[in-house]
Design a binder for this molecule. Sequence first.
Ligand code: ATP
Ligand code: MG
Length: 244
Amino acid sequence: MALVEINNVHKSFGAVEVLKDVSLSVEEGEIVTIIGRSGSGKSTLLRCINALEPINSGRITIEGQQVAAGMRNLKELRQRVGIVFQAFNLFPHLKVERNITLAPTLTGRVSKREARALALECLTKVGLAEKIDAFPEQLSGGQQQRVAIARCLAMRPHLMLFDEVTSALDPELVGEVLKVMEDMARQGMTMILVTHEMNFARNVASKIVFMHQGRVWEEGPPSKLFTNPQTPELKAFIGSTRHN
Ligand SMILES: Nc1ncnc2c1ncn2[C@@H]1O[C@H](COP(=O)(O)OP(=O)(O)OP(=O)(O)O)[C@@H](O)[C@H]1O
Ligand SMILES: [Mg+2]
């Protein structure tokens, strides 16, 4: 059984259908990269996977459990599925340690005594152990985004969703965040990510999904999709991103 199964999902905002019969499956340990033009439905799909948006029809299951907006196990689902956005949204008045341990202590996952060790463990994974006592404003954008990733890891997710996590960063800070994601991929984390970083997609993804007008237009391994696109839409998209 795949870790994530998306079957025939339709999603509308008002009269506008933004996901049109989307199906996709993600195996454990897979790195799936979603690419596509602005407005093609990439963020909406991620948000539906995490039940941040309800779907109109179809079915999404994670580890065999059906995802639904009002589901009973919503909290538990959100612990298994981490999501990181472009805006990292750290609490500015809390030190890095507390930003990371807030959710795990509130949910009773760890005791106050174990919390610092957990923060340290997660910060080490993103290469920022020495920043445990810093405030967010004392960190660069890239470092703040790495703390946001560490905060997700503290919930010990089985699946991570990343929505353009490097898009708001200065170009010289993008690499350090991509490297953290690459390390996570290598360690076997299942990930679905939306990115404009085509080199990252090419080198790290096990599967590329090209979305167009709310549909999965093409999907396959990077070797196939990038070198042999089947549709004029994907050809045009690859052409427009070639400068990356
Ligand atoms: N909360 C909302 N209410 C109404 N329409 C929305 C909402 N969120 C997204 N949309 C619309 O749904 C469509 C898909 O949006 P989505 O954000 O999923 O695209 P995207 O592929 O992530 O684009 P981008 O690359 O710009 O981030 C767009 O037409 C957008 O305007
Ligand atoms: Mg988006």
